[in-house]
Design a protein around this ligand. Sequence first.
Ligand code: PMP
Length: 469
Amino acid sequence: GYVGPSYEQILETRKTHLTPNLVAHFKKPLVIHEGHMQWLYDHEGRRYLDMFGGIVTVSVGHCHPKVNQALSEQISKLWHTTNIYMHPKIHEYAERLVAKFPGNLKSVCFVNSGSEANDLAMLMARIHTGNQDILSFRNAYHGMSPYTMGLTAHSTWRFPLAGVNNGLVHVMNPDPYQGIWGGAACRDSPVQTTRSCQCQGGCQAGDAYYNELEETFKYSLPRGKVAAMFAESIQGVGGTVQFPKGYLKRAAALVRANGGLFVADEVQTGFGRTGEHFWGFEGHDYVPDIVTMAKGIGNGFPLAAVVTTPEIAASLGQALHFNTYGGNPMASAVGIAVLDVIEEEQLQRNSREVGTYFLKCLEELQQRFEIVGDVRGKGLMIGVELVEDREKRTPLATPHVLEIWETCKDLGVLFGRGGLHGNVLSFRPPLCVGFEDVELALNTLETAFQQHMSKRLRGWRYGQAQSRS
Ligand code: PMP
């Protein structure tokens, strides 16, 4: 059981001594004190189904025994070397990791967080190409360091700071649901969307977004030259946004034709998350020049990496580059164990099977609840966009979303929220969840939606009764 400061004490410390800008919480925040696979336990021993994996970080399960064992064996042997010496684990891990990549993506640099990985990728691209400008999508999230905050183009996460936008251009997001050109039926998705697409004879929305990208090259880039373009394979923080099929492949070709590199941010979509493939970019049928990864790579341990070609990696040789903790023995031991577990427990397959089932059931729920505007995603990376009005796709007002979110938490199921308006329910469970877990999540969502609808109906009747009197 739990031994430690009281709930009230923890709340007080959080208010007085922790940075106040930690992400918004439940009305009654949770104190989590133990975890096992897909389950979390609060200080009173209550159990919660974790459908968020701490934003995708917990990939193979909380405190997975094999990962725990690898870590504790390493802890008792050696924690740290500085990168001046060699240690066997980082070499073993580098070999294991690059074996997962196609083509010439065979050189890895380990860092400690997704922001650091993207920072490094920006640096590599600029040095390697000799160009300055970098493109990213509006609605993208790539990190919170000063460099990557500029790359992130989601106003919720931006500070009005001078300088962070230097050499960065945000291009139109090819968003099939909220974007102006639609295209929902054409996106890279395993389920048939219930929304019909206007396009006939190929995805015209994808073409329109691509033409807009070409325009950007013409108008916004000096001499049309670019250092890189960054893209998540499915936008995570932005609300599980999937791009029209074929778009990224064409964008990568365009970027290369103009002297740049294409960077796939696999921080959320890597390591089997999308089910169909090990890397999200594989679903878009192209091979990037640089891949950045974090979160799921370490099952919650601070570990991240940049994988690229030996030629691009060599560009960094123009100066010393150093990272104190990157690829330390503990992180490397964890990284190897995570790869082992994904293979041994066939978690990528599980992600595909359980995820596709979940998506299909959510689509059924969409038939019954008007507020479910869109269901999307791939594998165990799923978004449910809640709306006030299905036709207009107006986001469901925040208090309503928060209430649904809190109801599910109180019923023992945790998930996140994404999108500019926070109205997209985000599901990123540990890849070990099974069909019964999905059933529990579905039943809980159904109850929360039902409660929401009944309340609305009562509010509406109440308004009518008042106007009569
Ligand atoms: N890229 C993506 C796609 C992310 O979702 C995140 C984190 N939400 C990051 C980069 C930044 O990672 P970190 O918080 O580890 O710096």
